[in-house]
Design a protein. Structure first.
Length: 361
């Protein structure tokens, strides 16, 4: 007992000694650290300056081409042990992902050129029904923001057809009533703007940076996420949307900053559709994209037969998610589709197979 006490006492005093050292030791440690960090900062600060100086102006004047860039498919020679290994890895990753809360069903397709290489289906089509079977590649899913691909396809197609003169046209060219306040005013750095857009320089004169079609299609428009005082279920018209925007403000100077906007894609879709023969966004998508590509299991309307084939959606909390009708915002998130249909679209966009949606570059 006594020995234990003294041992404890010794340990206590050792601790005290240690504690005495702790303050100066940690002080000197942080001092050395701060000297090191300052040194690194100065080094970093001077390094690029020297570099750009020595490499000359040709580095900064080269135009940056950002989009579209996708890998060219190369022929696959059988057998493919590397591919088999890679697909097993995909399988493992997706199986693992299914543990995330609210994720009850998952379907995946891997394609190469015009061929389906692999399909994976995980979980249950109805996660709250223990007797439910797994989904398959023909199970319907709400594709929410993947729907935003379609207004972009429309923009490119109308540009190819000449309905849209330039991707860099300001929106007001197609919707004369469009105005919005830009508190950030004039563009001060035209060169930076042109780099962001992946274009040649447009000229040195400062001018208000417009909300262009290209910026709307790439989250660079600076438009707010939604129309002021509307929910995603808003049932207004495009005219009403434009009059709401008159009193609204941009959240970023167009072309300078990525800002997620559901409004931008819906506005783009509805405004462009008004310049087509169909006159309606959903009809245009059906006639020009879904029907030609044979995407019969993709659409906007949650009819009883679609609902019957739909995988049940859940919130992160595990509560089943209701099926909303997004009203005016439908182009940004209303669509349903299947893994098989989206694989068809991906094949066409990657240039596999005989079908074309857009002309190659
Ligand atoms: C892609 O598919 C097309 C059409 O079947 C075929 O002609 C072409 O050789 C394929 N390319 C590759 C890289 O497999
Ligand atoms: C999913 O299963 C639950 C429990 O059996 C059931 O109440 C619900 O109606 C099912 N949902 C659908 C869309 O079939």
């Amino acid at each position: 007992m006594e020995r234990m006490k003294t041992q404890a006492g010794r340990q206590l005093s050792l601790l005290k000694v240690k504690k005495k050292w702790l303050l100066p030791a940690s002080c000197s440690f942080f001092f050395v650290l701060s000297v090191l960090m300052t040194g690194c900062f100065l080094w970093q600060y001077y390094l690029p300056k020297l570099k750009t100086g020595s490499l000359g102006p040709e580095v900064t004047s080269a135009p940056v081409r950002m989009c579209p860039q996708h890998p060219e498919p190369v022929p696959l020679a059988h057998p493919l042990p590397v591919l088999k290994e890679a697909l097993e890895k995909v399988d493992r990753i997706l199986r693992q992902a299914l543990f995330a809360p609210g994720l009850a069903a998952m379907s995946a397709v891997v394609i190469h050129n015009d061929t389906v290489l692999w399909t994976g289906n995980f979980g249950k089509k109805n996660g709250s029904d223990p007797a439910s079977g797994p989904p398959n590649e023909y199970t319907m899913y709400r594709i929410s923001s993947v729907s935003k691909i379609f207004p972009v396809l429309m923009l490119y197609r109308l540009w190819e057809e000449g309905t849209v003169a330039s991707l860099d046209d300001p929106l007001e060219r197609y919707a004369s009533a469009f105005t919005i306040n830009n508190p950030l005013g004039m563009t001060s750095a035209p060169q930076q703007k042109s780099l962001v857009d992946g274009l040649e320089e447009v000229g040195p004169a400062p001018r208000p940076s417009p909300v262009t079609l290209r910026r709307m299609a790439s989250q660079l428009s600076g438009l707010p996420r939604r129309l002021r005082s509307t929910s995603l279920l808003w049932r207004g018209s495009t005219q009403e949307a434009l009059s709401l925007l008159k009193d609204d403000v941009l959240v970023a100077d167009p072309g300078t900053r990525c800002h997620y906007s559901t409004l931008a894609f819906s506005l783009l879709a509805h405004v462009l559709a008004a310049h087509t023969v169909q006159g309606d966004y959903q009809r245009w998508i059906l006639e020009k994209v879904l029907e030609p590509l044979g995407m019969a299991d993709t659409g906007f309307d949650l009819t009883p037969s679609v609902r019957a084939r739909l995988a049940v959606g859940f919130y992160g909390s595990g509560r089943p998610a209701p099926l909303y009708n997004l009203g005016w915002y439908r182009p940004s998130g209303q669509m349903y589709s299947t893994a098989a249909d989206l694989a068809k679209l991906a094949m066409v966009l990657l240039g596999g197979g005989p079908q074309r949606l857009l002309r190659p570059d």
